[in-house]
Design a protein around this ligand. Structure first.
Ligand code: URA
Length: 489
């Protein structure tokens, strides 16, 4: 029997060194006990870690890079059996290099589930840590309390270093505490919750910010509770606002319902496609909702381009799973990045106004972005929007394609050049292509128009009013095109 003691809960290097030596000596998984220093039950406390067997001189053993990536995440899981699971997989990979491709294998399923849970926990930490200010002015220090489910503090900390580079902060957790002094990050052992401060002058700021981005027309209590689990509410200053805002929502939504337009329209090309899509959408209504939830969860862990590193979270699309219209923007902005919802900032307000004028009820539209992470450069305390580049748009297109397949809208409206590039699958100039519905090769019917923030940036009020009118006209065209598809279905 081999007894291995790792230096800590996240000691991947220690695990890898031991696992390599043991696997190369063909030691069976059942013949190893894995422990973490300081965690051993009393009975074993005095047992020293056994020396590792020598690696035979010409032994070689390569594992797929994918295993290393998954193992690095899974080792942060709180399940005490993870070290044994990882070794079992490593040992099995020796005789079956393709093991990870067997999606039904119970060990592979468990590995993927653990890695996913860890990434989800990291995402929650990025989204739900709230700093409280201790001291005043130059002496200020910002402290947050958080209770992760897994051992993710060291994994999640670099995000806060990038985000809050200018302020000294500490994140206290029962597992491990992270501290940033403006130059260096350090870690100390976990602490009790009583050591975290509860008084704060930032709270009021957060509450006001949350109230300003809250849109009653998009209120989905269940989804909100799912994305912001109750467990975290106690640390969130804005949580105290949720109840009163929900209570007011009915009244405020009533004020936002727009009139529907009634102009007659000519028959469209490819009506059959629209009819088929609509019929399928109808049948699949329930499953689609589930699909979108699964996609949203998967996208939360997406690292297919570097934008996830600095963004707070993936901002996935939202709206009914069987929406007639899908609106595609460029990427989340500053406010969307913090709120985790598309089009809730200034461009979103402009869009809401134009949709209302065009007779489109935003609650019935699926709203998403071509790129799902906020791209920016920090300028002092401000995060300046940066246009996503082609590799970023391409890396993110999978999510748009999968949303499209799940929602099956009768019409996709691309807002601006980035959205058009994603929707059309190539660079597509706006002015040359706007004003009419285009039938794409994959059966999608699409319309391009400008991005609402283009209107916000126009300095001349007359030009802005004129462009706004054209924008509303494009949206009316979208409403008309989908009404027609609905009538024939
Ligand atoms: N601009 C976009 O393109 N999308 C948003 O969600 C917000 C601003």
């Amino acid at each position: 029997m081999h007894s291995i003691t790792l230096d800590g809960e996240t000691d991947f290097d220690g695990w890898r060194t031991a696992a390599r030596a043991l696997a190369m000596n063909d030691v069976r998984p059942v013949d190893i006990t894995w422990r973490v220093a300081g965690n051993a039950p009393d009975l074993f406390e005095e047992l020293p870690s056994q020396p590792l067997p020598e690696i035979p001189p010409d032994a070689t053993f390569n594992v797929p890079a994918k295993f290393v990536t998954l193992a690095q995440d899974a080792i942060l899981h709180s399940d005490p059996n993870r070290f044994a699971l990882l070794y079992r997989l490593l040992w099995r990979l020796k005789s079956n290099h393709e093991l990870l491709d067997i999606a039904t294998d119970p060990d592979v399923i468990q590995l993927n589930a653990m890695a996913k849970a860890v990434r989800r926990d990291e995402h929650k930490m990025h989204a739900f840590v709230r700093f409280r200010e201790i001291g005043r002015e130059r002496e200020s220090h910002y402290v947050a309390w958080f209770e992760p489910e897994h051992h993710i503090v060291a994994l999640a900390a670099p995000f806060f270093v990038r985000r809050f580079a200018d302020m000294p902060w500490s994140i206290l957790t029962p597992d491990l505490c992270a501290h940033w002094d403006g130059h260096e990050i350090t870690f100390t052992p976990g602490v009790a919750k009583s050591e975290a401060p509860s008084e704060d002058r930032l709270e009021e700021l957060w509450r006001r910010y949350y109230a300003s981005i809250f849109n009653p027309a998009r209120l989905k209590v269940k989804a909100m509770q799912k994305e912001m689990p109750k467990k975290y509410w106690q640390n969130l200053p804005e949580a105290s606002l949720i109840k009163p805002l929900i209570a007011e929502a009915g009244q405020r939504t009533g004020d936002m319902i727009a009139e529907a337009g009634t102009e007659p329209h000519k028959p469209q090309k490819r009506l059959e496609t629209a009819m088929r899509r609509k019929a399928k959408a109808h049948d699949k209504h329930h499953d689609d909702a589930t699909d979108l939830d699964t996609l949203r969860e998967e996208a939360a862990a997406c690292r297919d381009c570097p934008l996830w590193k600095d963004a707070t979270q993936t901002v996935f699309g939202e709206g009914p799973g069987h929406a007639e219209i899908m609106l595609v923007g460029e990427q989340p902005g500053d406010k969307e990045d913090l709120a985790g919802k598309p089009f809730v900032g200034p461009a979103g307000q402009m869009l809401d106004r134009a949709l209302e004028e065009a007779g489109i009820d935003r609650r019935k539209v699926y709203v998403t972005n071509a790129v799902k992470h906020f791209k920016f450069v920090p300028r002092g305390k401000i995060r300046l929007h940066q246009k996503p580049n082609t590799p970023e748009i391409k890396a993110c297109r999978q999510w748009y394609e999968r949303e499209l397949a799940a929602v099956r809208p009768a019409l996709v409206v691309a807002l601006g050049a980035t959205a058009a590039q994603s929707v059309f699958g190539k660079i597509t100039p706006i002015n040359k292509n706007r004003g009419h519905v285009v039938d794409l090769d994959d059966g999608t019917r699409a319309l391009v128009t400008v991005h609402p923030s283009y209107l916000l940036r126009l300095p001349d009020p007359d030009a802005r009013a004129q462009e706004y009118k054209r924008f509303v006209a494009d949206l009316k065209l979208a409403a008309g095109a989908t009404r027609k598809a609905a009538r024939v279905a």
